[in-house]
Design a protein around this ligand. Structure first.
Ligand code: GCB
Length: 589
């Protein structure tokens, strides 16, 4: 007998999900808070095979049933639950979600259930049948649920658990809010039996004047005719799949290159007799030469800002186009040509909007601080998240840097873990730059020295430094010298300090806007003395929620290092940074 799990299963991600034939499952979902995981385990703590909440049974007065989705509260999805229900603000645990939907079955059509992200541990059921699970809070996943869908009324139930665990990625300790929930879009995608699963289109790395790439089907069928079209470049190319269901192409083309000043994107269509997938794709080159970063063959300075995926004004997880546009418009106002999307892969819309607006992107996995370096499952988890980040965004020319870690402690175990991860990243994508946010290790006699064994695995030496906040005073910037003994470009991936917007005082008083302003003045002046500095991304664009930040009246559970307050008001330091970027822009014209 076939088990359910053998007919509904996780499948490789559908690329470019928003261009597919989708039924949106966003909107109201019923939810049940379940701190003891009562809907999953029986009283002997054995998982239920039947009778769990996933069955979504209809409540009848004649039978004993201690849950009822139909009469439970509803929540708008996508969303974190922490900002949607006061009782759940600090909650970490299990919440069950249920959504009803209609579906018309047809032969030759598959149903793929796609989640943009769920934080953290998700178990998914369709019509009471288990279809699969996923861990990791910031990457998409999908299941082929064709065989469990019925004609007419269907329901999906998801058990979401955001409890932190030491061996997870990220681990138990971090400086951002562990927002739980179905935090990104949910769709049921309808695709043909044999469908275009994935593709890549890029300027050829080795041959000038050539655009190359591939199209991949979901099954290993040979001799399928596929078409690539880029009308504006007068490209219409027919290709035939090999026995792996892959079709490769190389075409002569001289596209106008994407760059921050003019982020040119082309309409591209991939088609099969019964399917069209359309995308907007840009072309550019990115490389390093000694201590310089070159975009399209020209030296560039990355005028950046770090951003958390935190919704402007209302807080909570950002997910919508509107959220993305607000955040990125602020970055543009600051004079940025670059954003560091910290500390985990942001939603796909954010990356696409950055690309549309002309912002280069640093994209990162949550290998943050001290994770379990020797645990092989932890490694596998990190590698999977890295894989999925690269897979989803490989066609986004805006993404120029994959970052594999942030502020990790030196040691052999870490070195083994990160070197393996760096190699893996390069195997997945050898067309982009690899980096990680390191730390300054020594500063004897006012010389900040950066030493990290990982330097050999990265293309860009990046580090976070907090002179004037965690170390030294603002004044100490004046004397500080820098020793970075690597012939690679340098990025300061973080610097900054906290200020409560509206709090004024002397520039020596912490938490005032004047202190933060002075910190930015002194730091940026010091940057002139850093050899090979090729970019900076101050910490951070907007104040964001963090349970580590308790100081009453000042922090109130917000990290206050934003250049903009949580209510959207620019602090004084914003303008210091903007002036510095205006000058950099002139310098690199
Ligand atoms: C860091 C971390 C970042 C923190 C920041 C801070 O170095 O990378 O996640 O939020 O410092 O504010 O302390």
């Amino acid at each position: 007998m076939l088990t359910w799990s053998s007919i509904a299963q996780e499948v490789p991600l559908l690329s470019n999900i928003s261009s597919r034939n989708n039924i949106s499952l966003n909107g109201k979902w019923n939810y049940i808070v379940d701190p003891l995981e009562n809907g999953y385990f029986d009283y002997r703590l054995m998982p239920f095979e039947t009778n769990g909440f996933f069955e979504n049974k209809t409540f009848k007065a004649s039978e004993l049933q201690e849950y009822n989705f139909a009469t439970s509260a509803t929540m708008n999805i996508p969303s974190d639950w922490n900002t949607k229900d006061e009782k759940l603000f600090f909650y970490e645990g299990t919440v069950w979600f249920k959504k009803d939907f209609k579906y018309t079955k047809s032969n030759n059509t598959k149903g793929i259930l796609y989640f943009g992200a769920i934080n953290y541990d998700a178990k998914v059921y369709v019509n009471g049948k288990f279809v699969g699970s996923h861990v990791g809070g910031y990457t998409p996943f999908n299941f082929d649920v064709t065989d469990v869908l019925v004609d007419g009324n269907n329901f999906v139930v998801v058990k979401v658990d955001n409890k932190r665990h030491k061996d997870n990625v990220p681990t138990v300790n971090m400086d951002w809010w562990n927002y739980g929930g179905i935090t990104r879009d949910v769709v049921l995608s309808q695709v043909p039996e044999t469908y275009i699963e994935d593709y890549l289109v890029q300027i050829d790395k080795n041959e000038k004047g050539i655009v190359s790439g591939w199209i991949k089907l979901n099954s290993t069928v040979a001799n399928q005719k596929l078409t690539l079209q880029i009308p504006e470049l007068k490209i219409k190319k027919e290709v035939i799949t090999d026995s792996n269901g892959m079709a490769y192409f190389k075409v002569k083309a001289k596209p106008i290159l994407w760059m921050p000043q003019s982020p040119k994107l082309y309409d591209v269509t991939f088609s099969k007799s019964d399917e069209n997938v359309t995308d907007k794709i840009g072309f550019r080159t990115i490389e390093t030469k000694g201590k310089e970063i070159w975009l399209n063959g020209k030296k560039v300075f990355l005028r950046g800002i770090s951003i958390h995926e935190e919704a402007p004004f209302r807080q909570g997880r950002a997910w919508s186009k509107e959220d993305a546009v607000t955040l990125l418009t602020w970055a543009k106002e600051l004079g940025c040509n670059y954003v560091r999307l910290a500390h985990y892969p942001h939603n796909e819309t954010m990356v696409r909007e950055a690309e549309r607006m002309g912002l280069m992107v640093w994209s990162e996995v949550p290998v943050y601080w001290t994770i379990s370096w020797t645990n092989t499952d932890t490694y596998k988890n990190a590698e999977r998240q890295l894989h999925d980040m690269i897979y989803r965004d490989k066609n986004r020319c805006a993404v120029v840097i994959w970052s594999i870690a942030n502020e990790t402690p030196h040691g052999n175990d870490r070195d083994m873990f990160l070197s393996k991860l760096a190699k893996y990243a390069r195997e997945q994508d050898n067309t982009r730059l690899i980096s990680m946010a390191m730390e300054v290790t020594k500063s004897p006699n006012n010389v900040n020295r950066l030493e990290d064994n990982m330097n050999q695995y990265v293309d860009i030496v990046s580090f976070n430094q907090y002179l004037g906040w965690y170390r030294g005073t603002n004044e100490s910037c004046k004397l500080m010298q820098w020793d970075i003994p690597y012939n690679k470009p340098v990025i300061i991936s973080e610097f900054g300090g906290g200020a409560l917007q509206g709090l004024h005082g002397d520039k020596t008083e912490r938490w005032t806007e004047e202190y933060q302003e002075e910190l930015y003045k002194q730091n940026t002046e010091m940057f002139a003395r850093i050899d090979g500095l090729a970019g900076v991304s101050p910490w951070i664009l907007v104040d964001f929620r963090s349970p580590r930040r308790q100081l009453p009246g000042i922090q109130d559970f917000f990290n206050r290092k934003g250049l903009i307050s949580d209510s959207g008001i620019k602090k004084k330091a914003f303008y210091v940074m903007k002036d510095w970027y205006d000058k950099k822009k002139e310098e690199y014209k």
